[in-house]
Design a protein around this ligand. Structure first.
Ligand code: IMP
Length: 187
């Protein structure tokens, strides 16, 4: 019994992830002209990506984290997001890059951008590992995209289903029977 057995197919393998993250890191360092960058990771999904992205940036990097949770269907209609953990420090005057695992509807990122913009960063950009190719509920500009992907539910490399599969070293599509068997189990 292995966690890999629950995966129908691998969408992006580990080597492909690392090669693209090296490019993203170089691009971020280039765009900020070697100035310090504050990477803000959105817990928990972005943690693995952020850890690799930080090491791909050849410039001073600071790290901070936010944790958010949606209000379920309320979020769908109003774009409301609950802050579970705010940043530890002020971001005023800093070059901030919001690091997210995946942009789906865009509601989470739209809310966070509005919130952080009010805090006076020198610049505020978005770096998402995955970008689902589907109509967005909110228009947002994603400055750095790792991979556009099909509109499928994916897990691995930080992304979960019911808190599992975050530790898979690749991005994969779950077997439907796993999703159907556990979808009422919560999480
Ligand atoms: P959005 O607000 O709809 O853009 O949702 C973004 C968040 O939903 C991500 O940070 C993930 O936590 C979660 N999410 C969206 N799609 C997936 C997926 O395919 N797999 C796992 N989590 C996902």
């Amino acid at each position: 019994m292995s966690i890999h057995d629950d995966i129908e197919r691998v969408l992006i393998d580990a080597a492909t992830l690392q090669a693209r993250i090296a490019e993203l890191g170089a691009q971020i360092a280039r765009d900020t002209g070697g100035e310090p960058v504050l990477l803000v990771g959105i817990l928990k999904g972005a943690v693995l990506f952020l850890a690799d992205l930080a090491r791909a940036i050849d410039a001073p990097v600071e790290l901070d984290f936010m944790a958010v949770s949606s209000y379920g269907n309320t979020m769908q209609s109003q774009g409301r997001v609950r802050i579970l953990k705010d940043l530890d420090d002020a971001i005023s005057g800093k070059h901030v890059v919001l690091v997210e695992d995946i942009i789906d509807t865009g509601l989470t990122m739209s809310y966070l951008l509005d919130l952080l913009r009010q805090r006076g960063p020198a610049s505020l950009r978005v770096c998402a590992l995955l970008d689902k190719q589907k109509p967005r509920a909110r228009h947002i500009t994603v400055d750095y995209i790792g991979f556009p992907i099909e509109n499928a539910f994916v897990v691995g490399y930080g992304l979960d289903f019911a808190q599992r599969y975050r530790n898979l070293p690749y991005i994969g599509v779950l077997k439907p029977e796993v999703y159907q068997g556990r979808k009422n189990a919560g999480g």
